[in-house]
Design a protein around this ligand. Sequence first.
Ligand SMILES: O=C(O)C(=O)C[C@@H](O)[C@H](O)COP(=O)(O)O
Length: 289
Amino acid sequence: MQIVVPVLTPFTKDGKVDKETLKEHVRNLIKYVDVVFVNGTTGLGPALSKEEKKETLSAVYDVTDKVIFQVGSLNLNDAVELVNFSKDFHLVGVASYSPYYFQRLPEKWILNYFNELSRKAEHDFYLYNYPSATGYDISAKLVNKIEGIKGLKDTNQDLAHSLEYKIANPHLIVYNGSDSLVYYSLLSLDGTVASVANHSPHLLSAMRRFIKEGKKEKALQVQLIINSMLDVMRRYGQLSSTYSMVEVMMGYKVGYPRPPIYPLSEEEIHQLKSEVEPLKRKAEELISG
Ligand SMILES: O=C(O)C(=O)C[C@@H](O)[C@H](O)COP(=O)(O)O
């Protein structure tokens, strides 16, 4: 029942990776989570340069080695350079999403991409499957052709889709990456990769504790509060709202997103906070009771 946080990437107002803020954020998260997933979607991975992806790894590694390092790129040479860069670190693993944007890539090209990376990796290799974002759904059959694959994160609203990987290969570590399925991912898979762990790691930790204590109704109540938070966040833009939600739920600032993922306006932040405060109070009552 692992909790993996796809950590956000703090930027300064002039768009530079704010490494010190990232380190402080991770120091707070690792009190609750098991692994930090660096350069994922919430970390704006596809919008980071090769060098920035190295900066985020180095910064997080100053705090913890419980890291999965995402290296995906539409330039395979860059992704390979990042795999080689990771060899100097002791990590949980290296991950990559599939090539994206370009349509109708032959399956063998997709497989070649992943095998080029997995063969060069000195750490366990993980797939990041995000069909709605990449346009490619890496099937359980194809996954098992990736040499040395250790596990995967399947960002998918369909839990049955994630379970298919487990059925095809019970040895695979399988996480679901949807925030609205944390409860079910903790119950039926190896764990969850949840962006809400950036601002509500204590709620996910409480959910897991409730499940272990057999208090499934309370655990499900936590999930429903999270879903209500997501509904609010998505109206303002979930990626940018995550930055503001850290301040609301954890009490500290984590810098800014970087355009084209625009920061929320002061008015939007004020509205978001006013809508989320009641949910925060409800959650605090639930997990303290
Ligand atoms: O940020 C990442 O790398 C994640 O895994 C989470 C990510 O897949 C994203 O938050 C998806 O969540 P939803 O399916 O929108 O609930």
